[in-house]
Design a protein around this ligand. Structure first.
Ligand code: IPE
Ligand code: IPE
Ligand code: MG
Ligand code: MG
Ligand code: MG
Length: 318
């Protein structure tokens, strides 16, 4: 074997090793998040609400947002004392995301019957219960990260106040809810690429960028590092929704765990309908590169998990 071939083999082996290490890390994280959520989302809520909340949150989902929180935390943190808070943040953002899916699927929004491979919450529990489960999950997310008044001067409390602000902004009118409103108002409309990007950045990008930002708050990253990470999170968040639009066309429902072909059926503007499939794929690739460039500028001590997550987002099949 030539020296050049040996280098190629070594680098391929290294990449495969990284791939295995990431899969292991992700599987452990998914398990940890499932366990934590199972403790945090109580079955005790009255009137059957607990069952609907747990159904919405547990047993399903890729847990990408928790992976971004913990991947960012692990990229910086040398002191582990805020790790529990990072895990609670990871759960909080997943709880907001799960609530957004419950409402997204309701008849007044996308009217979907399949989510995470199971009947949607309103199909299983009725519309009123689905609405309330979403409401209750949103409140619960903030309860999970709100500062404890007894220890309000501590480092953790300071971080918690910031976490609440980051999550609130990304969830509300300037983030997910605002983006969902644009989505509904855009049915049948011809959006420009700039308008489409704005909609996607809000409805999906904001929560993904917030996941990175929350990990950075818990890791006490510097302001400069947080600015670079914001750019990583925003580029990755947008890339994620571009890929979601592509998969809606190319994947099938059994693999996706949700109904494929919905966007065209409902005449929603997407990266595929606005740019075409090839340009949508090229845009996803470009955003992936932008994300990695921004990450490099953050100069994190251990960026590998965030690199792996970016690769996962682009290469995913569901
Ligand atoms: C689906 O998000 C909804 C969008 C924001 C496009 P995910 O693809 O992360 O859904 P789960 O959590 O894995 O089910
Ligand atoms: C939803 O976007 C984004 C949310 C805020 C939930 P989509 O409507 O494209 O998500 P899917 O395809 O139903 O998961
Ligand atoms: Mg939708
Ligand atoms: Mg939908
Ligand atoms: Mg979609």
């Amino acid at each position: 074997m030539s020296a050049r071939d040996a280098v190629a083999v070594a680098s391929e082996t290294h990449r495969e090793g990284q791939g295995v290490a990431f899969k292991l890390w992700l599987a452990q994280l998914q398990e940890q998040v499932e366990l934590a959520l199972s403790h945090l989302v109580s079955a005790e809520a009255p009137g059957g609400l607990g069952a609907a909340m747990r159904y919405a949150v547990l047993d399903g989902g890729k847990r990408l947002r928790p992976a971004l929180v913990m991947g960012t935390f692990d990229a910086f943190a040398h002191e582990l004392d805020l790790r529990d808070l990072a895990l609670r943040s990871a759960c909080a953002v997943e709880v907001i995301h799960s609530y957004s899916l419950v409402h997204d699927d309701m008849p007044c929004m996308d009217d979907d019957v399949l989510r995470r491979g199971k009947p949607t919450v309103h199909v299983k529990f009725g519309e009123a219960q689905a609405l309330l489960a979403g409401d209750a999950l949103q409140a619960l997310a903030f309860e999970l990260i709100a500062p404890d008044i007894e220890v309000s001067q501590s480092r953790a409390s300071h971080a918690q106040a910031r976490l609440c602000a980051v999550l609130a902004r990304a969830s509300g009118h300037a983030g997910m809810a605002g983006g969902q409103a644009i989505d509904l108002a855009s049915v049948g409309a011809r959006l420009s690429e700039v308008q489409l990007q704005h909609m996607h950045a809000l409805k999906t990008g904001a929560l993904l960028a917030a996941s990175v930002a929350m990990g950075a708050v818990c890791a006490e990253a510097s302001a400069e590092q947080r600015a670079s990470l914001d750019r990583y999170g925003q580029a990755l968040g947008l890339a994620f929704q571009v890929v979601d639009d592509i998969l809606d066309v190319t994947a099938d429902s059994a693999v996706l765990g949700k109904t494929a072909g919905k966007d065209a059926a409902q005449d929603k503007p997407t990266y595929v309908s606005v740019l075409g499939m090839d340009a949508a794929r090229a845009r996803a690739k470009q955003l992936h590169e932008e994300a990695l460039d921004a990450l490099a500028q953050a100069k994190a001590a251990h960026p590998q998990r965030l690199i792996d997550i970016a690769d996962w987002v682009i290469g995913r099949t569901f």
